[in-house]
Design a protein around this ligand. Structure first.
Ligand code: OGA
Ligand code: NI
Length: 333
């Protein structure tokens, strides 16, 4: 049967996975039906018994946890999700590749890995700090994008710093040690369309985040997996929760006490996924090294000091274009 392609058909409107999206057998997701992990810690931030201990334990054992009763209004979360859904469903976005950096945001629907294999996703990325300077540099279609996402990021700021302060206290560091030089720096939203054969493709390859912490809002979708004892485990979906994971910078500052863990996204045959990841990063000029209070004779420093900007530059996965976006924000100020 002939497949009819109209002018609005998209790259994922296919019955077979195109060759350029097929990963080699060693990179492919095996075992797609691993049970949803029922032990990923779910932390209720409204509980009066201090959740700090649970956050620390989860960050040591898994590098991942979910938070509920976190104080972010549901409406702000669902509005953000729906405006991004609208963005990704707009029939013609400006380009099929990277939108020029001078706009202050990047959209792509065809990025590929270093082996040249395409990943099964579209991505929109922009800077978020300082929020009042960045907002006007974001997409203005849909027309309510800037307003809705700015409201979302105000809440994400509050929640992210609250979590960082809890981690700080749990590690025995002085208040502000993690927050004072940090910012909710980048928003990266992913759209993973349904895929004819999820066993051949990946939405995002295994990676670690270069952040301090990352918050992911995934609506009611699944697909995010993390590595635990050599096995890929599904992060379940809990309504109105955020997934929090520890990034490389916090692993360094904690001198290895907290762990930045490999994670990836697998695709689904019948469901789409939209995720909103926000990266809480050190400001670019900050020097990151193990906290002095956590280094002693028995526990010598395990990581070299590095300026965050240089760390990002070395780690091209995110570094190359987010630093270029930063130059747009600076030139606007
Ligand atoms: C990331 C990431 C997960 C997701 O952007 O670093 O891991 O669900 N995202 O999109
Ligand atoms: Ni990640």
């Amino acid at each position: 049967m002939e497949i009819k392609k109209d002018k609005d058909s998209r790259w994922f409107d296919v019955e077979l996975v195109p060759e350029s999206y097929i990963f080699s057998p060693t990179d492919r997701p095996q075992n797609l039906d691993v049970a949803i992990c029922d032990s990923i810690p779910v932390i209720d931030l409204a509980k009066h018994i201090q959740p700090i201990e649970s956050i620390l334990k989860a960050s040591q054992e898994f590098g991942f946890f979910q938070v509920i009763n976190h104080g972010v209004p549901e409406k702000i979360m669902s509005d953000a999700m729906s405006v991004l859904k609208e963005f990704f469903h707009m029939p013609s976005k400006e380009a099929t590749g990277y939108v020029p950096h001078n706009k202050g945001w990047i959209y792509t629907n065809n990025d590929c890995t270093k082996d040249g294999v395409h990943i099964w996703r579209e991505n929109l990325k922009h800077l978020c700090h300082p929020l009042d300077k960045c907002t006007k540099l974001w997409p203005n279609k849909p027309t309510r994008y800037q307003e809705v996402i700015a409201a979302y990021l105000l809440e994400i700021n509050k929640l992210s710093f609250r979590i960082l302060e809890m981690i700080c206290e749990g590690l025995g560091l002085e208040p502000g040690y993690l927050s004072d030089t940090s910012e909710v720096q980048i928003l990266s939203s992913n759209f993973y369309p349904s895929c004819p054969d999820p066993s051949l493709t990946l939405g995002i390859l295994a990676h670690q985040d270069t952040s301090l912490i990352t918050l992911v809002y995934q609506g009611d979708s699944t697909g995010l997996q993390f590595l635990k004892d050599g096995q890929w485990i599904n992060v379940g979906s809990i309504p109105n929760s955020f997934v929090v994971n520890i990034g490389n910078q916090l692993e360094i500052v904690s001198n290895g006490k907290l762990r930045s863990i490999d994670h990836r996204v697998v695709t689904s045959k019948d469901k789409t996924r939209i995720s909103i990841a926000t990266f809480v990063n050190p400001s670019y000029d900050c020097i990151i090294e193990p906290a002095k209070a956590l280094v002693n004779k028995n526990e010598p420093s395990r990581y070299k000091a590095s300026r965050y900007k240089e760390y990002v530059d070395r780690n091209k996965a995110f570094g190359d274009y987010t630093v270029a976006l930063r130059d747009v924000v600076i030139s606007e100020s």
